[in-house]
Design a protein around this ligand. Sequence first.
Ligand code: GDD
Ligand code: MN
Length: 372
Amino acid sequence: MDLIHPGSVLAGAPELSVVVPCYNERANVAPLVAALDAALEGLRWEAVFVDDDSPDGTAAEVRRVGAADSRIRCIRRLRRRGLASAVIEGALSSSAAYVAVIDGDLQHDETRLPEMLATLRGGGCDIVVGSRHVSGGDATGLAGAWRHLLSDFGIRVAQAILPVRLTDPMSGFFMLERRLFESLAPSLTGHGFKILLDLLLAAPSGLRVREIPVRFRERAAGESKLDALVLTQFAGLLLDKALHGLVPLRFIAFAAVGAVGVLVHLTVLAAAGRWAGLGFHDAQTLATIVAMVANFQLNNQITYRDQRLRGARLWRGLLLFMLVCGLGAIANIGIATVLYRGHTTWPLAGAAGAVIGVVWNYAVSATLVWRR
Ligand code: GDD
Ligand code: MN
């Protein structure tokens, strides 16, 4: 007897997995599934929603829709945030021949998916990108003039560093062979918003890109998640590429936050001395505490945005962070004093102490405070 049910050949892996990163998109899930269903008629497809535990219950909504439709899957990630890393996990969960990435807010035109697939199947290119900037495309859905400006600036920067020409390297709407994605995945940084850029930079000999025009629609419901922090991460992605990954990006962010902390410290010190009339000792103590709390918050929001501490873990983290930095300060002063006694100049001894302090703080807080 044949163990394979005749129908099971058809029930194999889908031809196309549509990966949908989503955060607080509850109201858009069912309309997007309906739109995909209409656009992909006749194809074997699935949709993988990758949700970062949205407070609005997006994951539950995907499961509700999935309960009636086995083509709809949900990956719910806990204590993580990030568009690019969500896309990576969704794509790696697929067994389909092709993977597409589309926003979960109906801003991308899903009716272009069959054309994208046909283009890939036609050969001659590795990745098809939905572009707002080739003729026939349209970016009017971008909310406001400043988004247009920002988007144009980002495109210029990206074009300058990319090995291939394309008009819309910031697009979040594209399709490629799953096997190609898998081969590039180990080289992806997974930072921030720009997964397409990440992919294009990860291919050692460059990808053959084909762009097709798309209209960028207005957002249907909910709001955009692009903010100043996301832009900082974009800058980080570029910096990481420029440094060829030699210095960990987190360390750079951590050190930059430390520099801000010095400014906070000096400002509080001056203010407490001048306006609050505190003595040097009290003012210095206050400044140290304020700077530590500020640094902790900034590191939690920026350096470790993807594994941000919350609730009780936030307070525990703050306490640990202050302890770690306190020890770092002792190491800093200790080294600097030893060097100074050994006839090193003032600035050199001071700088050496500060470097030791920063490296200590970074290494220890990475393993103790923001431990995975
Ligand atoms: N899982 C997950 N985690 N999804 C996220 C996260 C996150 O941290 N942040 C955003 N998303 C999801 C959103 O829910 C949405 O489905 C999609 O990613 C795009 O996010 P939006 O916040 O809607 O982005 P946008 O409209 O400002 O940006 C669009 O334009 C960019 C180019 O200017 C998107 O199309 C981007 O993909 C595109 O790069
Ligand atoms: Mn959007």
